[in-house]
Design a protein around this ligand. Sequence first.
Ligand code: DAH
Length: 367
Amino acid sequence: MSDRETAATAAPALDEATIERWVEEALAAVAAAESTAQLKRVRAQHVAEKSPLALANRSIGGLEASRRKAVGALVGQAKARVNRALAERETAVAAAELATQLVAERVDVTLPVGSTPVGAPHPITALMDDLGDVFLAMGWEIAEGPEVEAEWMNFDALNIGPHHPARATSDTLFVEPLSSHLVLRTHTSPVQIRSMLSRPLPIYIVCPGTTYRADEFDATHVPVFHQIEGLVVDRGITLGHLKGTLDHLAQVMFGDVRTRIRPSYFPLTEPSAEIDLECFVCRDRRRSGAEGECRTCHSEGWIEWGGCGVVNPRVLAACGIDPEEYSGFAFGMGVERTLMFRNGAADMRDMVEGDVRFSQALVGGAR
Ligand code: DAH
């Protein structure tokens, strides 16, 4: 069988009526299609490769020369009609589909917004960041250390001997077994030791961090609390540098307030002092002419803020630093206490209970 005969068999009746019937069937299918997907099927069935019209088109070459032109024109026009109808319908259906989709996915921008509260950073976290920033601005670095600490770092290296009251089990939370000689750090001071052992001199660091003690849980004590430690080791460091640094910190934290350093005792510093803040509750009461005892400072006029001093030469020596060449100062204060003075938080229990209203009142509103 020759090619011509095959084509003739596949599309035997290429007369006007047959072609017209194909076109009408195709147009009816186009009109009935209601979706882009259905139109795609109509196109495949009526104009694509294996459709009668496509087969007819291919068989034109096999016709007698006298008929080719006329049949070619007929098939061409038929295809054009179907294609035009398809294109029009496709545009209309696509527009209708888009309109339906827009209605279905409509967002009412006038609806009230969700009332999910955004929360706030914890005031202690926010304050530790602020405290750190004061020192970063002066070119100091932030140092860190582990909360589960070697007893030696937490005590011995800081000149707190084995019989010092700070080592009694009533204050310190020891990690079992006791032979591990690990404790939950009772202060941030071990970070001084870690810094001196690992950093090149000079050292200018602060360490805001979490600390632990076997304390009561009441308005002024919580067993998990926070301190900020500071340490400077350089040539020619004096008590004057310490006072200037703490005055600057007090100004940034509390505004216009006087400070004093008062002799005290800490094993890690010699001489040691306590840094006090002028009681601003008293000061403001005096200014407003109030009488009676001040409950914040018991009318002392000063409130304790933290401990400080000149780094004990024995501590420098324990870290391999020559006390003849270098000297330093150190300080440590409670972050919770600082928050109480700064933001008027009266009860430390509020700081651990996790009520977002407390955070929002102290941080969310203030920021
Ligand atoms: N670590 C001491 C404490 O928790 C506070 C302290 C006192 C820190 C004197 C210091 C310091 O750096 O020099 O009670």
